[in-house]
Design a protein around this ligand. Structure first.
Ligand code: SF4
Ligand code: SF4
Length: 381
């Protein structure tokens, strides 16, 4: 298992993580066994947005004796009222729900205290002013939550969160279908109504949000990486073609700023399949050819950082050069942190000999040789 630093938190989280929401489908012994199995394969980050006692108890039981080797995303504002999940900022519900989480996890702290699910500006304004955010800050100041995070599906909210400076990481929904859609406050609308005109490249606001996370060292963890399973099924995939789990994991992990994808699991075989990403070949990870060969897309000219154009005869890591170039050119002045990362590359864009052999391998028709010249000009080497 490879581990990545989760932004400003400094925590080393496993690239493949655990999203807990399917645990409730199983009996307790089965779910506890599944979490322990995932942990034995190196998975060390788990999300628990669920407020129901059963899910929380199962995670708490699985972590007994090894709590310190897990990083938990625990949500503040996810409550259980009359047997139902309710997202709220009403403190008479928020505080007991969070205290219940600690008790059921047999723990005095939560590693990543998540401001739960903000998708609208109204909710953002409501949550960021007043007693809810005061409570989050108090938990942080006293060490009950070690780091402040936030979960959202909306890049507009994500950008606001980055700009606060105190939100250290974000749980965000990332998959190739969502990435094509403009920002919305309505999560449900993301699951339908795809047509060819909308599958024409990564939405600029989403791309900019990912770049901002990388620039500002705000870590991203990923939810909904498989689009609720629809992208694994040709009939339900908006692209008209099925992806494999490994391809979708690779897609998420190649977005700027991303540290870990939190997959949902029903079986140990599904855990194995996700963890097989760690030893997968480049061909097995290749989501780019799937998108490019899909009957329902008109995506071209934009680098997805897939790495399909390898190898370059002079050794340039084209995907990384393109990523740094996009990060730098999105701003008035090249940020020093991006320059530094670029300068650390073994081979610079200026070494490009213009052979264009890479361009024939790029499924998206990116003009790579021209971009190498532009990148060399921008970075000065
Ligand atoms: S230039 Fe094309 S093949 Fe290379 S990383 Fe970008 S999208 Fe992928
Ligand atoms: S055109 Fe430049 S970047 Fe592409 S393979 Fe040739 S040398 Fe490498």
């Amino acid at each position: 298992m490879k581990y990545r630093t989760l932004g400003k938190t400094g925590l080393k989280v496993s690239e493949i993580g655990f999203g807990g929401e399917w645990l409730e489908r199983h009996d307790e012994a089965e779910s506890v066994d599944l979490i322990k199995y995932a942990h034995s394969l190196g998975i060390n980050i788990i999300d628990c947005w669920m407020p129901d006692p059963r899910s929380r108890d199962m995670i708490g039981e699985a972590m007994k004796g090894c709590r310190d080797s897990w990083y938990v995303q625990g949500h503040i504002g996810s409550t259980y009222q009359n047997g139902q999940y309710v997202r709220t900022r009403q403190m008479e519900h928020v505080i007991p729900a969070f205290e219940d989480l600690l008790a059921r996890f047999h723990s005095d702290h939560i590693d990543l205290g998540m401001i739960h699910y903000i998708d609208s500006i109204e909710d953002w304004n409501n949550s960021m002013n007043g007693e809810f955010i005061d409570y989050v800050r108090k938990l942080h100041d006293e060490g009950t939550i070690r780091h402040i995070g936030l979960s959202t599906h909306n890049p507009v909210i994500g950008k606001l969160a980055v700009e606060t400076g105190f939100i250290e990481m974000i749980l965000f929904s990332i998959n190739p279908a969502f990435d094509m859609r403009p920002a919305t406050e309505d999560l449900d609308s993301m699951f339908g109504g795809y047509d060819k005109d909308q599958l024409s490249g990564i939405d600029p606001e989403r791309a900019r949000f990912y770049q901002m996370c990388e620039e500002n060292n705000v870590g991203l963890t990923v939810m909904k990486g498989f689009f609720g399973g629809a992208l694994l099924d040709r009939e339900r995939s908006p692209f008209g073609v099925a992806f494999s789990p490994v391809q979708l994991i690779h897609y998420a992990l190649t977005r700027p700023g991303v540290s870990s994808i939190l997959c949902g699991y029903d079986t140990k075989e599904q855990v194995d399949e996700a963890v097989s990403y760690e030893t997968a070949t480049d061909d097995e990870k290749d989501y780019a050819s799937v998108i490019a060969g899909a009957p329902l897309h008109s995506y071209s000219g934009v680098c997805t950082y897939c790495g399909h154009c390898r190898p370059c005869p002079v050794g340039i890591d084209i995907a990384m050069v393109n990523k740094f170039y996009d990060l730098a050119s999105a701003q008035d002045k090249v940020p020093e942190s991006v320059s530094e990362h670029y300068r650390a590359l073994e081979h610079k864009a200026s070494e490009c000999i213009g052979c264009r052999s890479c361009e024939g391998r790029c499924p998206f028709g990116v003009g790579i040789a021209d971009r190498m010249k532009e990148a060399a000009g921008l970075f000065g080497c």
